[in-house]
Design a protein around this ligand. Structure first.
Ligand SMILES: *Cc1c(COP(=O)(O)O)cnc(C)c1O
Length: 399
């Protein structure tokens, strides 16, 4: 007998008075914890040391990341958020007021632009890869456009060469939010090595866990130097304008954690690949659930599991997500709501959203990361199969 036959799964459901499928809820965050003795060793050896007027552990981490990403410079920040704010502020064309960003993306991306003192202009996605559409960027560049903030999607990468070419052709600089594409390559070239400014996060939910933290990779010496000044709160002076910096310095304790996590990156990714393979195998026979595939011609981290809940699945994405959440399976609606459907206390421009509107109700992020086991994946997939076989159970209110 299968370990989770339909009856045994049914009997465990909280909704039917059972103990629940999971004693600890399972989430979509990576949450990789490096070896404690490795973190302690880094702290022991470097916590009180300084190197070139910065904490030695921060300098060491920046150097490791620079080599890992194959970029000429790497500037560490307290978080990915403030790294993005700083990169936007220092890279946007002087005197311009707008930054083009996708709508189907990280929930705080419009806030990032606001904090840089500029106006976000939300544009549509390309349905093929769910990332910002180069055509939509091109159509929406106007007299006030100061920057393109392109964001890599959760699965695979955005059209890096297309967007770089567009940026060059239209004379508008680009910065990449590369948080979701750490470790990945495009045509064999590592994300982080493209030179213009690529921003990453070291938050616990991301691939490389530094508890908190962020960084910018670039090959532009002047940009790197200005980022280093900006993160201390000092004033950065350009020929036509100057900018007050912010307090965005990284912490050496976080750097120790991230260094230990970097040492164990292969183990982290091997686990993610195992989880991805388990979903691949078990979702293959489920009609109406389409797993977004990683491009395995490239290097990838297998970090997140995203599925499309198609029209032929018996319940819709929202009903499936709610059903899962009430059984401690913390699946998340993919970038929901898209940014153009939120309300703001500052000004936001919204452009055509046809593809975003079509995509926004269909995608779901499934539990994954270092706290999820292949056995958990089986239970999740059994639950989805159960939802498919008894849809009424999930579309009628709970007793
Ligand atoms: C998490 C995330 C950020 C912000 O990073 P923090 O380090 O949490 O501030 C930015 N962009 C994307 C796409 C993210 O997923």
């Amino acid at each position: 007998m299968k370990p989770h036959s339909e009856t045994s799964l049914r009997n465990r459901l909280k909704r039917l008075g059972g103990p629940g499928l999971f004693s600890v809820p399972i989430s979509t965050s990576n949450l990789y914890t490096p070896e404690k003795r490795s973190v302690l060793r880094y702290l022991e050896e470097g916590f009180e040391k300084q190197s070139d007027q910065e904490p030695a552990l921060c300098a060491q981490l920046a150097d490791r990341l620079r080599r890992y990403h194959d970029s000429e410079y790497c500037v560490l920040f307290s978080t990915g958020f403030w790294a993005l704010v700083s990169a936007i502020k220092l890279k946007a064309l002087p005197g311009k007021s707008e930054v083009i960003i996708p709508s189907l993306t990280y929930r705080r991306l419009a806030d990032v632009v606001f904090w840089a003192g500029l106006t976000p202009v939300l544009v549509d996605i390309d349905p093929a890869d769910l990332s910002i559409s180069p055509q939509a960027i091109d159509r929406n560049i106007g007299a006030e456009t100061g920057l393109i903030l392109a964001v890599h999607p959760i699965v695979n990468c955005c059209d890096v060469s297309g967007i770089l070419a567009l940026s060059k052709r239209r004379g508008v600089p680009v910065v990449f939010d590369a948080v979701e594409s750490a470790h990945e390559t495009v045509s064999g070239k590592r994300i982080g090595s493209f030179g213009v400014g690529e921003v990453f996060s070291l938050h616990a939910s991301k691939l490389i866990n530094g508890l908190e933290g962020g960084y910018v990779c670039t090959n532009d010496a002047a940009f790197a130097a200005s980022l280093k000044i900006f993160r201390t709160g000092a004033v950065v002076t350009f020929p036509d304008e100057s900018h007050y910096g912010l307090n965005g310095l990284p912490h050496p304790g976080h750097a120790a954690f991230a260094l230990a996590a970097l040492d164990e990156l292969n183990k982290n990714i091997d686990h993610n690949r195992t989880i991805y393979r388990a979903y691949q195998k078990q979702l293959a026979s489920l009609n109406g659930i389409r797993l977004l595939k990683f491009d395995e011609q490239e290097q990838t981290s297998y970090k997140n599991i995203v599925v499309e809940v198609q029209d032929n699945f018996p319940i819709n994405r929202d009903a499936l997500c709610n059903a899962m959440n009430s059984e401690s399976i913390l699946a998340r609606k993919h970038y929901s709501p898209p940014l153009h459907q939120k309300t703001y206390s500052y000004s936001v421009a919204i452009r055509e959203m046809q593809q975003t509107e079509l995509a926004e109700a269909r995608y779901l992020n499934l539990p994954c990361g270092s706290r999820v086991t292949p056995q958990d994946v089986s239970t999740v997939c059994d639950f989805i199969a159960f939802a498919a076989s008894e849809p009424e159970f999930f579309t009628s209110p709970a007793k």
